[in-house]
Design a protein around this ligand. Structure first.
Ligand code: MLT
Length: 404
């Protein structure tokens, strides 16, 4: 008789954003007259930029003509896109990444969930607490996280690195074993950033201890301050100890279009085996490439028009972030983030738990956010709002929250 992957049964509840979506749907069904403002999941709301739409249209036309039709994409992605990435995201920042170190994918979520495939089940992962839930859940599915302790809300084989207001939401270097270290900066959910020096300390730690860093840089386009690295490869020695994951979702509005990439440097070698070859093998077997039309759309992001349009998009969301952050601070809330990231991380008022505040906001003022505890135990007592709504909705949400 067949057996299921029992690791799935150890997962507590459903995926955070599915739980929230269910709660919100139930509320909407019971209160059809209430106008909800959704600042929960980090999903963009502005339409795709004109240069991207133009590239999509023209690629669709190519697909309709025998001479220009494309079937399966090359395993690692089209060279035109990988070259644009190598030049714009890396070379222009003084980082040398070759196109065969770049793997195009259908988004950072898939890659951050799938990257564990190339590592032994016996590795111990270290994560920030709070953390984007995909890293932990995906490792739990592979049986790498041990047993889940409901009371502690922790897995037995995971090294949790608390990110608190005291440490500026950048964790201390771990004292216990940490083979695979997940870092995300600018950070989801806290909106914090790590300086070059802080990130360099992580790279040095990984090199000293034979660890690998999985660096999620999905929000790098939101960095506004100096001395904040856009890529981990800006740090000395990072190519020997880090994989970087990037997305087109947040910088160019591709959440529904799906495009991302992962950099696996050729310098990453473990026991004589190249991680780049392993990831190529994994992707070649289990992934058939992002669609040609979407890769053409991605290429357009790097055109002069695309760059101007996507910068304007990011600026629009960052203005929302400023409005929410400053408005809440003026109303007496303790707020973090929102300066180099599209997330505002606030302390819940009056000692409310994160989920109590979630319900309170939903029921009293019909505003949807994300409870901090959904991202890990150190998120308890915090709440996340996104800047990805419209300015009008951001202002209205602020007004409603202030009215409480
Ligand atoms: C979030 O809200 O944390 C993100 O949108 C989730 C994601 O990017 O997958």
């Amino acid at each position: 008789m067949y057996k299921i992957n029992e690791n799935y049964c150890k997962l507590p509840g459903s995926y955070l954003f599915s739980t929230i979506a269910k709660k919100v749907s139930a509320f909407s069904a019971a209160n059809p007259d209430k106008k909800l403002i959704r600042l929960g999941i980090g999903d963009v709301t502005l339409p795709l930029p004109p240069s991207v739409i133009k590239a999509l249209h023209s690629a669709v036309d190519e697909m309709g003509a025998a001479e220009t039709f494309k079937g399966y994409a090359p395993d690692q992605g089209y060279e035109f896109l990988r070259s644009a990435i190598a030049k714009n995201d890396y070379k222009n920042r003084g980082v040398d990444i070759s196109i065969d170190e770049i793997f195009i994918s259908d988004g950072a979520k898939s890659d951050s969930g799938n990257i564990g495939d190339i590592f032994d089940a016996d590795n111990r992962i270290a994560v920030c607490d709070p953390v984007y839930p995909v890293y932990v859940d995906a490792n739990a599915m592979s049986g790498r996280t041990g047993e889940y302790d409901k009371a502690l809300e922790k897995w037995s084989n995971v090294t949790y690195m608390p990110c608190t207001a005291e440490n500026g939401f950048v964790p201390e270097l771990p004292k216990e074993r940490a083979d695979i270290i997940y870092l995300c900066y600018p950070n989801n959910p806290t909106g914090a950033t790590a300086t070059k020096e802080q990130l360099q300390a992580w790279v040095d730690f990984a090199r000293r201890n034979g660890s690998i860093i999985i660096y999620d840089a999905a929000y790098e386009a939101y960095i506004t301050e100096e001395n904040i690295p856009h890529s981990i490869y800006e740090c000395e020695g990072a190519k020997g100890c880090a994989i970087e994951i990037r997305s087109f979702s947040k910088n160019a509005g591709f959440t529904g279009t799906r495009l991302g990439f992962t950099v696996v440097p050729k310098a990453l070698v473990c026991g004589g085996v190249s991680l780049n070859s392993l990831w190529a093998r994994r992707q070649g077997t289990k992934f058939n490439g992002a669609p040609y039309i979407v890769q053409k759309a991605g290429e357009a992001v790097y055109s002069a028009e695309g760059q101007a349009e996507t910068k304007a998009m990011v600026a629009y969301y960052m203005n929302n972030a400023k409005v929410i952050r400053e408005g809440l601070a003026a109303a007496g809330f303790t707020v973090f983030g929102g300066v180099n990231a599209p997330y505002i991380w606030l302390k819940t008022p009056d000692g409310m738990t994160s989920w109590e505040f979630f319900d309170y906001l939903l029921e009293k003022v019909n505003v949807v956010g994300t409870p901090g505890s959904g991202f890990g135990p150190s998120g308890e007592g915090y709440f996340r709002l996104t800047a990805f709504g419209s300015l009008e909705n951001s202002l209205e949400a602020l007004k409603r929250i202030k009215s409480l």
